[in-house]
Design a protein around this ligand. Structure first.
Ligand code: CTP
Length: 217
């Protein structure tokens, strides 16, 4: 089966030396890629800037900004069976880019930001044949927000994680997941190493896809 996976953060440049981004390490997305490769699936991995080695056997496309990630994903989505949007996309970008290094001043300074495109929602607003897995990073009201994102971003399955703990989720080697499906009770995948969780998640995704296909026929 062909997997398209996004991972890591995106960066939005402010000037020649500064950017806006987030703490995503890419570990969860890379672990999902590795789990799929272990099971002999084909993997295309679109990765934001991370300090991780390419998973052996994956086709890796490196990007920096949200626009680059969108362009790469839209070029690849038509050819995949499962699309996993695990990347932590920067929601805003500086309204103005300065080609040189901005100089500091003594006065307070407000940065004008504009929203970036929602990559997942944009891609799923057009009909594709692939099974779509979204992610949600939450610090509060996890179930309410995850259920809303599942619906609003047209996902077949949504993986939510609580990012309010310093030793879990973002940057950590461990995570704890809640899986949301359109017509099912949420399911918890207990805390564990991301490499292990990715193997469990892969099974859940393939199982849910199978059920989805069975319902359609
Ligand atoms: N996502 C995306 N493009 C964005 C923001 C998010 O494709 N500009 C995707 C993420 O990759 C993830 C899902 O949307 O699969 C949910 O991302 P999350 O950061 O949890 O939520 P947001 O939509 O950014 O909303 P909020 O920050 O308000 O929680």
């Amino acid at each position: 089966m062909k997997f398209l996976i996004t991972a890591g953060p995106t960066r939005e440049p402010l000037d020649a030396v500064r950017y806006l981004s987030n703490r995503s390490s890419g570990k969860m997305g890379y672990a999902i890629a590795a789990a799929a490769l272990e099971e002999k699936h084909q993997v295309t991995l679109i990765s934001g800037p991370v300090a991780l080695a390419d998973p052996l056997g994956a086709k890796v496309i490196r990007v920096t900004t949200g626009n680059e990630m969108f362009e790469a994903a839209s070029a690849q989505i038509g050819a995949c069976d499962v699309f996993v949007m695990c990347a932590a996309v920067c929601d805003y970008k500086p309204a103005h880019y300065s080609a040189g290094k901005m100089k500091k001043h003594d006065e307070p300074f407000a940065l004008a930001l504009e929203p970036t495109r929602d990559i997942l929602a944009s891609l799923t607003s057009v009909k594709h044949d692939c099974f779509v897995v979204g992610f949600a990073a939450e610090t509060q009201d996890l179930a309410v927000n995850a259920t809303r994102k599942l619906r609003e971003k047209n996902c077949d399955l949504l993986v939510a994680n609580d990012v309010s703990h310093a030793d879990l989720g973002m940057e950590s080697d461990e995570n704890e997941l809640m899986i949301f499906l359109p017509n099912d009770e949420p399911r918890k995948v207990a805390r564990g190493k991301k490499t292990e969780l990715a193997r469990t998640l892969l099974k859940i995704i393939l199982n849910a896809r199978e059920n989805c296909l069975t319902k359609k026929t």
